[in-house]
Design a protein around this ligand. Structure first.
Ligand SMILES: [Ca+2]
Ligand SMILES: [Ca+2]
Ligand SMILES: [Ca+2]
Ligand SMILES: [Ca+2]
Ligand SMILES: [Zn+2]
Length: 636
């Protein structure tokens, strides 16, 4: 149950809403099976906006809980989940969990599923591990970790994880490349990190950008009350849209071509409208509307590297790993040291982001940068329109973000995928009409807004935008409510979903292909005299990633790979790396020459020489935390 202070003057409407959140916290609760469905299906209740705002009704807890007025999400209406999974739809939390189970049930030999941990509200965070155990234990292969939806509203970040799992399993044995990847790698996939966020995004009225954080109450406006004034779905359509009011002194006028678009008036020009912000009322009666909604602790600001407190960065919790699910996933990762590649999916903007998260962390070294650039540039080609960028430099600084943690403390090459570009919602003769001036990453110009509205009208058939409609607001009087619905703006319409998740998952496959593939060979075995032999060994890596990252080596994060020569009746007299084979330059290791520490570079090789005295069998073992294990037997 949430710990929350309810003031005496707070409206019962707020209290009832909070109760409904607490009651819906039971894990495994199936969205849509609540009694709310009965009301939602009843057009009389759904269409009547009076109930939500009228204090008489609001005070009555029977009518007050929000699910009563929430219709089924339009894009997740299909209750049947079958394998292969469909990607012309979105999966709510319960359906996503069911999809993970169905994938495993269809391919029990290639997959395992487990609960990684639980959220603040007790929902289970599921992982699916994909690996062919006949080619080795999951822990002995280069691990590729993929997650999504750490921000609760970033829904398609879950679908891309499901798509990847679905592709790996359903194409195993049919597609040569995918078969090879499932044999070579282990894929650890957590489709929804912020399970409470996903649940509430579908269940509750939202904007496309709300419901991002963890369900940890936070007093945003520092009035001693927690989460007491949230956006309210006044018209009962399941969305939090915007409110506007006719106002001769307003700062906005309506665009003459499309009156749905609000244009800021020039200085001295007369306005027609005032924008009143997100749909809602003043729940706690403090004179501000919607000033303290659920949370906000940002799960992507609370990992255990380069963390900073709330006064440096909003969204921080009280300490690193604030959040039960975050902590559980952190342990899951640290228990899988074979993970060398990490992808974390978000929306939106069409970006492939690499660290560092802040300038103070310093630029990556050349060796690692070459790997990132190789992956980033290929990703740009695999997903047209996406840009490969640096977090702090091209966007903003992030402290304690997830990929800084995995990059620095797990030693994994780590990328963030910001899925979906609003520019893909084109409305022009050949898709090149981008509607005028650039509006920045997260803002649209008037021209872009108009184009998106045309796209809504003629391609998405009105499903992305709620037309402005009059509403009688208890404080503002006659207003209008309208704007983009929650399943818009940051999410592709389902008809575009499969194309995007396929391309993005293909960038993940490319990175999996580039995880180290180390072969070991004895390229020289020469008898020097009597029982003394010279043995030369080459480790060759045919892929872009080194066997361990350069940062790992530099920081001594964990021991380097081991190359060891053993035998019952032999002694390694000397051993070391061959710096230059042609000029015979070697660097011998002084102590314990039978054990060498190494790193095999990407698209490269290393060579070692051992002088061995004795007779009989020797065994040569290469053992890498991330690049697996190789063994050779040799007779002297
Ligand atoms: Ca507050
Ligand atoms: Ca609404
Ligand atoms: Ca208020
Ligand atoms: Ca409110
Ligand atoms: Zn995000």
């Amino acid at each position: 149950m949430k710990k929350i202070h309810i003031p005496h003057n707070i409206k019962l409407f707020a209290y009832a809403t909070m109760c409904s959140i607490a009651l819906s916290a039971a894990p495994g609760a199936i969205p849509g099976s609540s009694s709310g469905e009965v009301f939602a299906a009843n057009p009389v209740f759904a269409a009547n906006p009076v109930f939500a705002a009228n204090p008489v009704f609001a005070a009555d807890p029977v009518f007050a809980p929000e699910p009563v007025f929430t219709p089924e999400p339009v894009f997740a209406a299909d209750p049947e989940i079958t394998i292969p999974l469909r990607f012309d739809r979105y999966y709510d939390y319960a359906q996503l969990v069911e999809a993970v189970h169905k994938l495993h049930e269809a391919y029990p030999g290639l997959s395992g599923i487990e609960v990684v941990g639980k959220s603040e509200e007790g929902r289970e965070i599921w992982a699916i591990t994909i690996n062919n155990p006949e080619t080795g234990d999951h822990s002995e292969k280069p691990g590729v970790y993929v997650d999504g939806n750490i921000h609760g509203n970033e829904i398609q970040a879950g679908e891309v994880c499901l798509y990847l799992a679905n592709m790996l399993l359903t194409k195993y044995g049919e597609n040569e490349k995918i078969t090879a990847l499932v044999d070579k790698n282990t894929f650890y996939i957590i489709p929804s990190v912020n399970v409470d966020g996903r649940y509430h995004f579908f269940e509750d009225p939202n904007t496309p950008s709300t419901n991002r954080g963890l369900r940890i109450p936070k007093d945003d406006d520092r009035d001693g009350l927690f989460d007491e004034d949230f956006p309210d779905d006044l018209d009962g359509d399941g969305n939090i849209c915007r409110m506007r009011k006719k106002d001769p002194n307003g700062e906005y006028r309506l665009d003459p071509e499309d009156p749905r678009v609000m244009v800021r008036v020039a200085p001295g020009e007369k306005g027609e409208y005032t924008l009143l912000g997100q749909e809602g009322i003043d729940n706690d009666g403090d004179g501000q509307v919607n000033e303290d909604s659920e949370g906000y602790v940002d799960p992507n600001r609370n990992w255990g590297y380069n963390w900073a407190p709330d006064y440096v960065q909003s969204g921080s919790g009280n300490y690193p790993f604030s959040g039960s699910g975050i902590r559980a996933i952190g342990e899951f990762l640290l228990n899988r040291p074979n993970i060398i590649m990490v992808w974390a999916f978000h929306n939106s903007g069409g970006m492939i982001l690499r660290g560092p998260g802040t300038k103070s962390l310093g630029e990556f070294n050349r060796g690692d940068l070459a790997v990132y650039d190789y992956l980033g540039q290929h990703s740009e080609s695999i997903i047209p329109g996406y840009r490969y960028l640096v977090v702090w430099q091209d966007l903003y600084s992030t402290y304690g973000d997830f990929t800084s943690f995995t990059d620095n403390l797990l030693g994994s090459y780590s990328l963030v995928g910001e899925m979906f570009m609003r520019e893909s919602q084109t409305y022009g003769p050949d898709g090149r009409d981008q509607g005028g001036e650039e509006g920045g990453f997260f803002r649209e110009s008037t021209g872009q807004q108009k184009e998106m509205l045309q796209f809504n009208d003629h391609v998405a058939h009105g499903e992305l935008y709620k037309e402005w409609e009059p509403y009688d607001h208890p404080v503002y009087g006659e207003i209008e409510i309208g704007g983009w619905v929650k399943l818009s703006s940051r999410l592709p319409h389902p008809f575009m979903l499969q194309d995007e998740v396929h391309r993005v998952a293909s960038a993940v496959l490319f990175s999996a292909e580039q995880t180290p593939e180390v072969e070991m060979e004895v390229f020289e075995k020469e008898k020097i005299s009597g029982n003394l032999y010279r043995i030369r060994i080459r480790l060759t890596n045919s892929r872009a990633m080194p066997s361990i990252s350069y940062k790992t080596v530099k920081n001594g994060l964990y021991p380097k790979d081991i190359l060891a020569v053993n035998g019952k009746d032999i002694k390694v007299v000397a051993g070391g790396e061959i710096r230059d084979r042609y000029r015979n330059q070697l660097s011998y290791k002084e102590h314990k020459p039978e054990v060498q520490f190494t790193q095999v570079p990407g698209f490269g090789h290393v060579e070692y020489e051992f002088l061995v005295s004795g007779k009989g069998k020797i065994s040569i073992v290469y053992d890498s935390r991330k690049a697996g294990r190789k063994q050779l037997e040799l007779d002297l």
